[in-house]
Design a protein around this ligand. Structure first.
Ligand code: SF4
Length: 284
């Protein structure tokens, strides 16, 4: 199936987000979805535009709120495959509370973060992923803060699927998104997606030099949470591949069985035009 549409992305040439878009489109096709089976919900930021660049249902939300919207979409229609997406500022600063709670709920959606370690849309300020000492317009003498470690945070919050990739590794990234979609529960995929315009430190070359593939770590077992945490700490979080997966824990949707068998999309709301007009009038 073709998940491309006619909208031309207005990302800067060379932006890592192009590969993330291609990987989502390929993964959706590879798992056998139809465009009408997929909803892509995004937050605000350069990466937030992605929901308009994929031939599927799309919802461009507000800053840091992709996950509440995505969870609502999934709760209302459990048959949809739901992908939430956004940048590191969106998901790990203003949206961090939602990220942690979506992780611990284990709602059956996939969250793809395009992590460029800077705020690109607002022209280059320090993000929660920027390294200590990182100089931008907002930190001209260098950031005095510690960057957040999202993968360790996710493991601590009880994540059942944690993965990381690099936007140039299109094949690996596509496979991870497929695995995330197929995972029964919340899947977090953090993608190093360089901002070629504003981040002159964490470049493609920098990532190539500093990333370690978990496939090359001898004896790595992605079902071992303790080993996952130790490996992340050893490599300062700079690893790619499937970091951790727990297939035992039921998803939020599975736990709901017996409480609410009828999602909103199947409910007989008896909502005729008069009721609808009345509801709208109450909000005016
Ligand atoms: Fe990509 Fe950076 Fe350009 Fe935004 S400013 S589109 S993140 S390269």
């Amino acid at each position: 199936k073709d998940f491309r549409n006619d909208v031309k992305p207005n990302w800067c040439p060379g932006c890592g987000d192009f590969s993330v878009q291609a990987a989502i489109q390929r993964a959706a096709a590879n798992v056998g979805l139809e465009p009408e089976n997929l909803a892509v919900v995004s937050g605000i930021g350069c990466s937030g535009r992605i929901s308009g660049y994929i031939n599927s249902y799309g919802f461009h939300g507000i800053h840091g709120r992709a996950l509440p919207i995505a969870q609502g979409v999934k709760m209302a229609n459990r048959d949809l495959t739901v992908i939430a997406s956004g940048g590191d500022g969106d998901g790990f600063a203003i949206g961090m509370g939602h990220t942690i709670h979506a992780i611990r709920r284990n709602v059956d959606i996939t969250y793809i973060v395009m992590d460029n370690q800077i705020y690109g849309l607002t022209k280059g300020q320090t993000s929660p992923r920027s390294a200590t000492g990182f100089k931008t317009k907002s930190t001209p003498m260098g950031s005095i803060e510690q960057p957040i470690s999202p993968m360790e945070m996710a493991l601590t919050a009880g994540a059942t699927f944690v993965a990381q990739s690099f936007s140039t590794d299109l094949k690996d990234l596509t496979a991870l998104i497929e695995a995330g979609i197929n995972h029964k529960g919340f899947s977090l995929i953090n993608v190093f997606s360089p901002c070629v315009t504003y981040n002159k430190v964490n470049t493609y070359d920098w990532f190539k030099e500093n990333l370690t593939k978990l496939a090359d770590v001898e004896g790595y077992d992605s079902s071992n949470r303790e080993q996952a945490m130790q490996t992340l700490m050893k490599h300062s979080g700079l690893v790619t591949g499937l970091i951790y997966q727990n297939t035992e824990r039921p998803s939020y949707q599975e736990l709901l069985t017996g409480y609410s068998d009828k999602p909103l999309v199947d409910a007989d709301l008896k909502l005729d035009q008069a009721h609808f007009d009345k509801l709208v009038a109450e909000f005016m």
